[in-house]
Design a protein around this ligand. Structure first.
Ligand SMILES: [Zn+2]
Ligand SMILES: [Zn+2]
Ligand SMILES: [Zn+2]
Ligand SMILES: [Zn+2]
Ligand SMILES: [Zn+2]
Length: 273
């Protein structure tokens, strides 16, 4: 487990300690150590059990979850070594007796993190506010803040991040100079992949867009055709671009794929969730 940092210590609420209502029948109280009290604060509240069986007090749980958030996590994992339980946010709210301000802070931080990881979020070139793209295959995106400000529809290009000037017939770029899809460029120009023990892979490029989510992945294992996408965690065949389990149905892992080497990709798959 990571040690809490000085920054985290400063975060500790200076407000008065949150304590459980000892008569709350929905809590399972225990005696003994507070398993989440890594700073040895020895909180006065009674200890209660989380769903994973580890004991907490409202303050120790608040501090631990805040620490996780501040260090960039997007889920609340029990801090006890060997316990990998992930607590639902509802449970954290209830057991940490989160105040409305704390809930707001947690939700906000989580939302932005999850949005950044899983949705497409970019800064509008006009007002720098975060915009989430709803039509994942449309480069032309409207900023509602700028539109309201300027009293006209303000649209910008998701790819070159400049104002959208005039219509473009292409679907992979706008009409601004220098607007091109860097990912497609990489897919088009990357060198060939090097495999050691796999047969029938001549011409396979070293970078592929994940067939499920479109994330660009570089081939780094010379030994095997399969690769787990770091973003969507789906395992696919780097050579034929089928899901690996489908590829395996028609060809052994070190033999040529039944449908051969998939050509270089010329579009990026869009993740439909
Ligand atoms: Zn636990
Ligand atoms: Zn804007
Ligand atoms: Zn553009
Ligand atoms: Zn993926
Ligand atoms: Zn394959």
């Amino acid at each position: 487990m990571d040690k809490m940092t000085a920054k985290q210590k400063r975060h500790k609420s200076s407000k008065k300690e949150k304590c459980y209502d000892p008569n709350d029948p929905t809590l399972r109280f225990v005696d003994g150590d507070d398993d989440m009290d890594f700073l040895c604060e020895d909180y006065k509240s009674r200890r209660a059990l989380m769903s994973c069986g580890h004991s907490v007090t409202p303050m120790s749980l608040t501090n631990w979850c805040r620490y996780l958030l501040d260090k960039g996590e997007s889920s609340f994992v029990c801090g006890q070594t060997g316990c990998n339980a992930v607590w639902p946010f509802d449970e954290v709210c209830k057991m940490a007796l989160l105040t409305p301000e704390e809930i707001h802070y947690f939700e906000d931080t989580l939302f932005h993190r999850v949005a950044k990881d899983y949705l497409d979020v970019k800064s509008c070139p006009g007002c720098k506010s975060s915009v989430i793209r709803t039509e994942l295959d449309n480069l032309r995106v409207c900023c509602t803040i700028c539109s309201a400000d300027k009293d006209r529809t303000y649209e910008f290009c998701w790819q070159c991040l400049k104002e959208w000037r005039r219509p473009s017939q292409c679907t992979d770029r706008c009409a601004n100079d220098g607007c091109f899809n860097k990912s497609l460029e990489v897919l088009r120009t990357c060198p060939g992949a090097v495999f050691r023990d796999v047969k029938g892979v001549a011409g396979c490029p070293s970078v592929r867009a994940c067939p499920t989510c479109g994330f660009l992945v570089e081939h780094n294992k010379a030994f095997c055709k399969s690769l787990v996408c770091p973003r969507c965690k789906v395992k696919f065949c780097f050579v034929c671009l089928k899901l690996f389990e489908d590829c395996l149905k028609s060809s052994p892992p070190y033999d040529p794929c039944s449908t051969g080497v998939a050509p270089r990709q010329t579009s990026i798959p869009v993740w439909r969730k």
